[in-house]
Each structure stands twice: as structure tokens, then as C-alpha cells.
Design a protein around this ligand. Structure first.
Ligand code: AHR
Length: 331
């Protein structure tokens, strides 16, 4: 018994020596990482928005697979569309002293306090997919993601070209993403700026459908009830557009013909709808951010400089282009 208790005490002393050494090593780290353990392995805490769309599912898969491929230990949290859950997850990651925190902010505002806490703890933060509106850019290392304003603008420019000979008003309804989200704010802005080129193009109704199929369907039903003549639908993502298809068909209209449909994302289901002529145009938004994110995590952990903004390369699709691209579409 006595020998066993001596062994226990020796083990406890050794453990506390290792712990103190480990914490000291983290505190002295010049890598910019908080560092839970000094085993050379990077631990990333990732807070995901939720699982609202096909895009999000593909993004989550990309992040999980890339972490495994890069040998990065991933702690993953699904915030279920709630900012408070994301803040809680980030605070947990700070407590756990992960090496890098990455997250896709559900809304743009309200992050300064928690980002400052991460900075004070010496844990670098990478924004991915969506950005924040913090004035202090030193609160995060980099932002990897799409140019959402450009996506909206490309959608709007395509419509301006299609309707250049229109002699009367063209009534547009808009399905926005969740209120306060960067892609909702920015796509609205880009689209609005582009269609201003033709005063015939008018947004007659615009409401959030929260980036979900159910939201898209429900809001489109309301739009159809409240507006006799709808010529165009601009949906901020494929999923809302796909939900809206059901409402349009149920109202006895032919999607893609009676109502021109423009969306953003280009996930497989959206591309299929485009190839089938139910959608008319998609501005791409790539969810495959995992490999670049893991690469950035390694760099910031090593204390290397990274660009403050890394923009995803994207394109647009018409029906013909969707037919061609679909067989090789990865998501
Ligand atoms: O932030 C990216 C957007 O979020 C995608 O366009 C949408 O589908 C998702 O839910």
C-alpha cells in the first residue's frame, strides 16, 4: 500500500512539473499560438455557423477532411445559427488553450470582446467564409472567403443584360440570408448596385429566408400571395431558391420561365435545377475552404506572416455551363 502511495505521489509531482513546464512553454511561445501541449501537433478550435444549407454541409466536410489530411487535431462545434453559441465555443477553446481558433461568424457585428479575449490569450484567430465588422483588424490574423458583394453584383449584371430590351417595369423579389450575416448584407448591396443601371428593374419585396429551403419556400409563398406580377427571384443561396421552386410550382407558375430565378452557391442540387432550366443563373460561392484554412493555421502557428485577406476564386453558371460542369461537381 505504502509503495503504491509513494508511486502515486511521485507521479503527481511529475505531472505537475510537466504541467507547469507546459504552461510556461505556452506563455513563452513566440509562435502566436496558445498551445495546449508542446507535442508539435496543432489543435484548432472551429466554430461553425450551423447546418442550414447544402453549402454549409459541404463546407463542414471540407474542413473536417482537410484537418485530418493536414494532421491537425480539430475541435468542432456547431452553433446552430446562434451567435451566443459561437461566443461560448470560442471561450471554451480559449480555456482549452488550443493553438488556433477559426470560425465562420453567423452575423457580422458583436465580436470585439471575445476576439480580444483570444488575442490576450495569445491564440491567433482565422476568419473563414464570413467576416466581422470589427474596426480593429489586429483582432484576427486573416479572413479567407468569398467576395459576397461581387457575387451579388455578378447576379445583378447578368439580369441587367437579360432585361436590356425590357420596355416596362421588371418586378423582382429577393430572398435574403439570415439578418445581419455578411453574405446577406453584401449580396443585397452588390445586386442592388448592379441593377441600378436599369431603372426598369425594381425590387418590389425583400425578406430573409435564413438561407434554408423551408425559409425560402415560406417567404416565396407570401411573396406570391402579396404580389400579382413577379418577374424575377433573386435568392441569396441555392437552398432558398430550391424551397421557392416548390412555392412557385404550387402557385401554378413555371419556374425559370414565368419567373426568372437567380441564386448564389452552385451546389449540386442548385446546379441540377439550373441544368433543368428551373433556375436561370447562379453566381458561384465555393465551400471548399478546408485545405487553405489548414495551410493558414500552420503558417500562423509558426509565426509566419499571412495576407490579411484571401479571396476565394469563383465563377458564374448559365444553364449550358451547368450541364457541362455537373458531372464533375464535387459538392
Ligand atoms: O456564408 C456562405 C453562405 O452561407 C452560403 O451562400 C449559404 O448557402 C450558407 O448558408
Amino acid at each position: 500500500m505504502r509503495t503504491q502511495s509513494v508511486r502515486w505521489r511521485a507521479a503527481a509531482v511529475l505531472a505537475s512539473v510537466l504541467l507547469v513546464g507546459g504552461v510556461a512553454a505556452c506563455g513563452n511561445s513566440d509562435t502566436g499560438g496558445g498551445g495546449s501541449k508542446d507535442d508539435g501537433k496543432i489543435t484548432m478550435g472551429f466554430s461553425q455557423v450551423g447546418a442550414e444549407s447544402g453549402w454549409r454541409t459541404a463546407n463542414t466536410t471540407s474542413i473536417k477532411e482537410s484537418a485530418t489530411a493536414a494532421g491537425i487535431e480539430l475541435k468542432f462545434d456547431d452553433a446552430q445559427q446562434k451567435q451566443e453559441n459561437q461566443i461560448k465555443a470560442i471561450r471554451n477553446y480559449i480555456q482549452q488553450k488550443v493553438d488556433v481558433i477559426a470560425f465562420s461568424p453567423v452575423v457580422e457585428s458583436g465580436w470585439d470582446t471575445v476576439l480580444k479575449e483570444a488575442k490576450d490569450a495569445g491564440i491567433p484567430v482565422i476568419l473563414t467564409d464570413r467576416s466581422v465588422d470589427s474596426a480593429d483588424k489586429s483582432l484576427y490574423k486573416t479572413f479567407l472567403g468569398s467576395d459576397f458583394v461581387k457575387e451579388g453584383r455578378l447576379a445583378g449584371e447578368w439580369l441587367v443584360e437579360q432585361k436590356k430590351t425590357a420596355s416596362g417595369p421588371v418586378n423582382i423579389v429577393e430572398l435574403q440570408g439570415n439578418t445581419g450575416a455578411a453574405p446577406a448584407n453584401d449580396r443585397k448591396k452588390g445586386f442592388g448596385e448592379a441593377i441600378a443601371a436599369n431603372p426598369n428593374l425594381k425590387i418590389i419585396a425583400s425578406q430573409p429566408g435564413d438561407f434554408t429551403r423551408a425559409g425560402g419556400k415560406q417567404v416565396m409563398e407570401q411573396f406570391l400571395k402579396a404580389n400579382k406580377q413577379i418577374d424575377v427571384l433573386f435568392a441569396h443561396n441555392d437552398d432558398m431558391g430550391l424551397g421557392a421552386l416548390e412555392a412557385i410550382t404550387a402557385a401554378g407558375k413555371v419556374p425559370g420561365k414565368d419567373i426568372t430565378i437567380i441564386t448564389v452557391d452552385a451546389v449540386k442540387d442548385g446546379m441540377q435545377a439550373l441544368a433543368d432550366g428551373k433556375f436561370n443563373f447562379i453566381a458561384e460561392c465555393s465551400p471548399l475552404l478546408g485545405p487553405q484554412l489548414m495551410d493558414l493555421a500552420k503558417k500562423v502557428h509558426a509565426g509566419e506572416e499571412v495576407p490579411a485577406r484571401i479571396e476565394t476564386e469563383e465563377t458564374t453558371f448559365t444553364t449550358e455551363q451547368a450541364k457541362e460542369a455537373l458531372p464533375n461537381r464535387k459538392y
